[in-house]
Design a protein around this ligand. Structure first.
Ligand code: NDP
Length: 338
């Protein structure tokens, strides 16, 4: 495994980070989830990313149980707050980035994860209905209480990141990461978010580097998805992945196979290595529904892709790549969630 510093902090994280969205507490049984976490640890992964909203708290619980007994100092555990969490009917304040919700949510996350602190506490989206000053003050208080060591954001625009960074600096806390979607197919952070973060000292830790499995090449155009894959997961996965499941995308992804083979890689490994070519990316957040996938994916660590192959990838994918920076801001819900 290779390690990178997260932003301008002294925290090192494994450049392949294990994430458990849609899998733990939902698509996969708990014993398989535990086997995936152990495969990650065996492969040298030390960094784990989750969120309170994943499976409405169950993902944090399953991850916490799978990591129980590990040396805490040798792990970096990341979680997030924003989306509605809690028993139904949820209360008005069971969502967002108000002081009340942040203070209550961090305690719920720590309880479920079975740890006294998280290494990184992230705002899962921007909350347009809470003053940013209130949010950043609450995050700073979470850090001062020792419940989180660093703070980060997810799917925030360059402008939002700049404003938050200014407040965090005044409050004396370290805002060191941005967690956006980024893959060969989804490049909307390149024009604005990445240059802004480079200037301010934040790294990207990028989600769905494999476009949820599509960039592994296992989905074939015109054919039904393989049994047990995310595209067949009616608990949520099938809905989230469908944006990429067009014949045009799937046909072009098949054409990446010879590029991967030139490097002695699988297509999945090529996709993960691709996001790691960008110096501002500290980690690829990779999911898995089986331990064998983890073992395959970690081999993307440390791979260099020559410039001519990067150009070939761009040629192959052509106009199926999404690059519009306007889409960053659009991932923030325009109305309150509850
Ligand atoms: P990926 O793009 O890595 O997709 C992972 C999925 O692809 C696996 O669950 C598996 O699904 C399939 N897969 C993995 N390896 C292989 C392989 N070698 N060959 C074939 N298929 C493979 O990322 P995710 O979409 O899972 O997201 C990763 C993490 O990013 C999340 O766990 C979470 O931590 C974070 N995230 C953050 C978000 C945010 O808003 N901040 C949003 C979404 C994710 P299957 O076997 O079922 O097909």
């Amino acid at each position: 495994m290779e390690f990178r510093y997260l932003g301008n902090s002294g925290l090192q994280i494994s450049e392949i980070t294990y994430g458990n969205w849609l899998t733990h507490g939902s698509q996969v049984e708990n014993d398989v989830a535990t086997a995936c976490v152990h495969a990650a640890l065996d492969a040298g992964i030390t960094t784990f990313d989750t969120a309170d909203v994943y499976a409405n708290g169950a993902a944090e619980q399953v991850l916490g149980a799978a990591l129980a007994g590990q040396r805490r100092e040798s792990l970096e555990i990341f979680t997030k707050v924003y989306w509605p969490v809690g028993p139904d009917p949820k209360g008005k304040n069971d969502t967002g980035l108000s002081r009340k919700h942040i203070m209550e949510a961090i305690d719920g996350s720590l309880r479920r994860l079975g740890t006294d602190y998280v290494d990184l506490y992230q705002a899962h989206r921007y909350d347009a209905f809470t003053p940013l000053e209130e949010t950043m003050q609450a995050f700073a208080d979470v850090v001062r209480a020792g419940k989180a060591l660093y703070i980060g954001v997810s799917e925030w625009s360059a402008e939002q990141i700049r404003a938050a960074h200014g407040l965090a600096s005044q409050l004396g806390v370290s805002l060191i990461s941005s967690q956006p979607q980024y893959s060969m197919l989804w490049r909307i952070i390149e024009p604005e978010v990445i240059p802004t973060c480079q200037a301010l000292g934040l790294s990207q830790i990028v989600w769905s580097p494999m476009a949820q499995g599509v960039l592994s090449g296992k989905y074939l155009p015109g054919q039904p998805p393989p049994a047990g894959s995310r595209a067949t997961d009616e608990k949520g996965g099938a809905n989230f992945i469908k944006r990429f499941m067009t014949d045009d995308v799937l046909t072009r992804v098949q054409q990446l196979r010879p590029v991967a083979e030139e490097l002695g890689l699988t297509t999945a490994q090529l996709a993960i290595a691709w996001v790691l070519q960008n110096d501002n990316v500290a980690a690829a957040l990779v999911g898995a529904s089986r331990p064998e996938q983890v073992a395959e994916n970690v081999k993307a660590a440390g791979v260099q892709i020559p410039a001519e192959l990067l150009a070939r990838i761009d040629q192959v994918l052509g106009d199926v790549v999404t690059s519009d920076p306007e889409l960053v801001a659009r991932s923030t819900p325009p109305q309150r969630m509850i």
